[in-house]
Design a protein around this ligand. Sequence first.
Ligand code: HPA
Length: 274
Amino acid sequence: MAIPYAHYEQSAAYIRERLNGFIPKVALILGSGLGPIGDLVEDAVVVPYGEIPHFKTSTAPGHRGRLVFGTLAGRRVAVMQGRMHHYEGYSYEDTVYALRVLRLLGCDTLIVTNAAGCANPDWHAGDLMLITDQIKLFSESPLRGENLPEFGTRFPDASYLYAPRLREIARTAAAEQGVLLREGVYFYCYGPQFETPAEVRAARLLGGDAVGMSTAPEAIAAAHCGMETLGFSMLTNMAAGLQDHPLSEEEVIETGNAAREQFTRLVLGCLERL
Ligand code: HPA
């Protein structure tokens, strides 16, 4: 069922009251294992998802389920520590609900991050990838159903889901910090099972470099409501069939932890340049 626009407004009104006039500009969605970036926010106002009218909670491991507002690298941010995934049972509309509320609060830029499997055989587990584009062919759109014109048009353009201007900023930040930043296409798979080796080969044939279970719906909704998006994948493991052992959540978490510091520096470097 379509979520009425009034719900988004009511969620935003509740949060606005907690913010005492603070208006966030950059929304950050932090994926698996990346939530600690939110702990660096200065003068933080923390709002748990469970307190906000109409909000969903995030149930995935490592997703704390709260919004953190404040200043990070000199920018006014709204950090989602934990996101809502389709595999948790949420509709695609639900998965982008929080992001749309952040848009109503004032955010016009999105930095979205995730943990993903590496489908490019020339790269390595632990590499960081700048998302240049995405493929989300086999699942419905978060914009399906009645269009909410308060957010955007019925048929939004998707030529530049990941803004070229922001990608250039990311390249500059990575070069300055000596961080190796791959660039590639994020191939969305809805999970929660990891992909089969045949699915990874198919993703590769179609042009994917990374496979993952989030981000793509959010990038679509962000474009629809006029936000610019910068996206990063932390490639926590070689995707199924590209390594000689079964995938596990533990492996994803371990590699994620090892690459986290570098990843945090990169995100902060991008924020400084926005
Ligand atoms: N596939 C999908 N999602 C993931 C993976 C993967 O291999 N690794 C971390 N998140």
